[in-house]
Design a protein around this ligand. Structure first.
Ligand SMILES: [Zn+2]
Length: 195
């Protein structure tokens, strides 16, 4: 499988200029590593009017495949074939899509990562919308971002917290047993195990 991209004619909502913009339907990160980079830096989801420079977020559905990760961006229920032996994930927004790609690209797993975010929120004592950004330094600290007071904040968490969460997931097979097909592994999903 290789990447599928279509050119779509769009009209700029500010200056009414019509132009062609690429729309990605399927991304094969192994065949097209440059597209993976465009996902990670977010540029794949932005189109810019060549006339007036207006930048818009592109949110059309896309399927992303990278090794054992199959990630589907859609706000609807979708069916995708070939889900044996893969991490099938469904996300509804671009921010979560980019986060999943970053997590798996860092060699980490989103299941313990959601537990790690839960634990971190508890530690912070506030309801922060944490997103994994990257690992950092010799100790592989986990760097999260979250919005606060109109700005993006950075938060560093020890890698041992993530490792502890991996151990929790390993001790509780019920957590991973339900991971069949396309699953929305997010905050709500993790909280069902923590009530
Ligand atoms: Zn324009």
């Amino acid at each position: 499988m290789s990447s599928v991209v279509a050119n779509e004619r769009v009209r700029c909502p500010r200056c009414s200029h019509e132009y062609e913009a690429p729309v990605y339907r399927h991304i094969d990160a192994v065949a097209d590593p440059s597209l993976k980079e465009k996902v990670k830096n977010g540029s794949l989801f932005v189109r810019e009017c060549p006339e007036c420079g207006l930048r818009e977020l592109v949110t059309s559905p896309v399927v992303y495949r990278d090794g054992h990760l199959l990630l589907c961006l859609s706000d609807r229920k979708v069916s995708v074939e070939g889900l044996e032996d893969v991490h099938g994930r469904l996300v509804a927004d671009v921010g979560s899509f980019i986060e999943k790609v970053k997590i798996f690209d860092a060699g980490l797993d989103d299941v313990p990562m959601e537990f790690c975010k839960f634990v971190t929120r508890q530690e912070m004592g506030k309801d922060a919308d944490l997103k994994f950004l990257r690992t950092d330094g010799a100790d592989n600290d986990i760097i999260f971002t979250y919005p606060e007071a109109g700005q993006m904040q950075l938060l560093s968490v020890g890698f041992n917290v993530y490792e502890d969460c991996c151990a929790i997931v390993g001790r509780n097979p019920v957590i991973t047993e339900g991971l069949k097909g396309l699953v929305k592994v997010d905050r709500e999903w993790v909280e069902q195990f923590l009530r």
